[in-house]
Design a protein around this ligand. Structure first.
Ligand code: NAP
Length: 320
């Protein structure tokens, strides 16, 4: 089979396509014929070698993928040959023709969702759900600001939040992103690169401030976020690429809180409830993963460059 292999950490050029033997599933494992592999910013951090969770070399990248069950190992009892599944992580990496996964990492999804959409599910939707539900404890009627609403996690958050009855503001950085965020549930769309968007947040919330902020770039926005919060407001930090300066008094005066979260810390219980929510949303049409670009597997280096560039509009998916 063809697979992307990283033999040294470095720039996107270290992602090389190689011929590897087709794996055989061991006890409790399944082998998935990958039809689409989702690309995440975290894949680029791991590849660069500057990441706490970096995998040992050599490795095949990819936590997101969707495809068809090709074979089932001993003791794997819930998943059948031919099932369409999205993967929540894998054992061998999803940037490949085939990926080994533990049976519990494979989640069936409905026919109305394409394989490329399936490849856009796990990291984005599980992160958005965990931030909204397990940390912010969002409630219908509250106002939420989703920063980076045109990216994978942001779009998922818009869909979950609008379906749950929140009033939703999204920030984007491009015209394409603006249209997308409005379509996927933002009642108000603002440009995070424009000065003055804070005043618009204030007027949208009637001067009260927002109850929840999901933050995709805390090193840029966190200080300002705290000034936009309503009393008892919550900021959930999902993404950050550096240090931030805040004024703690902005939190104190509002009885407000900042949470930091990493998807990989999720407990088994919370993961089960997260995938139940995602499965229901995919079946009833509340969740509609957005694919911004599809590239051949061999173009993984280009996909890694693009996912770090401005102008996000949905997920980038590699096609083996
Ligand atoms: P993505 O698809 O590349 O989207 C990134 C988003 O951030 C885009 O909407 C982008 O908008 C926006 N953005 C750029 N500059 C911004 C700014 N100054 N203020 C606010 N937003 C800005 O990435 P993703 O998959 O959604 O992930 C978003 C972030 O969360 C990444 O840093 C990722 O590493 C992190 N993440 C963390 C976890 C976790 O477990 N904590 C899980 C998943 C992702 P424009 O391109 O239009 O400017």
């Amino acid at each position: 089979m063809k697979a992307i292999v990283v033999r040294e950490y470095g720039d996107p050029g270290v992602l090389k396509i190689e011929e590897l033997p087709k794996p055989t599933p061991g006890p409790g494992q399944v082998l998935v014929r990958i039809v689409g592999a989702g690309v995440n910013p975290a894949d680029t951090y791991a590849r660069s070698g500057n990441y706490a969770n970096k995998p040992p070399l050599p490795y095949t990248p990819g936590m997101d993928g969707a495809g068809v069950i090709d074979s089932v190992g001993p003791g794997a009892t819930h998943i059948k040959l031919g099932d369409r599944v999205y993967l929540a992580g894998s054992v061998s990496g999803t940037y490949a023709d085939y990926a080994l996964a533990m049976e519990a990492q494979a989640h069936p999804f409905p026919d109305r969702i394409s394989f490329s959409q399936g490849a856009a599910v796990y990291v984005a939707y599980a992160t958005a759900y965990r931030a909204l539900t397990h940390f912010a404890r969002a409630r219908a009627g509250e106002t939420i600001l989703v920063h980076g609403a045109s990216g994978g996690v942001g779009i998922a958050a818009l869909q979950f939040a609008s379906a749950a009855g929140l009033k939703v503001i999204g920030t984007v950085g491009s015209a394409e992103g603006r249209e997308l965020a409005a379509r996927e549930g933002a009642q108000k769309v603002l440009d995070h690169r424009e000065k003055g968007y804070r005043e618009e947040v204030s007027s949208f919330s009637g001067g009260k401030g927002v109850d929840i902020i999901l933050e995709m770039l805390a090193n840029v926005n966190l200080g300002a976020d705290l000034t936009m919060l309503a009393p008892r407001g919550r900021v959930v930090i999902i993404g950050s690429r550096g240090e931030a300066t805040i004024n703690p008094r902005d939190l104190m005066s509002r009885d407000a809180a900042i949470f930091g979260m990493l998807l990989w810390n999720i407990s088994e219980d919370d993961a089960a409830s997260t995938h139940a929510a995602i499965g229901a949303g995919l079946r009833n049409g509340v969740l509609r993963p957005v694919v911004g670009a599809e590239l051949p597997l061999a173009e993984a280096p280009q996909a890694h460059r693009r996912v770090m560039e401005p102008g996000a509009h949905g997920k980038i998916v590699l096609l083996p």
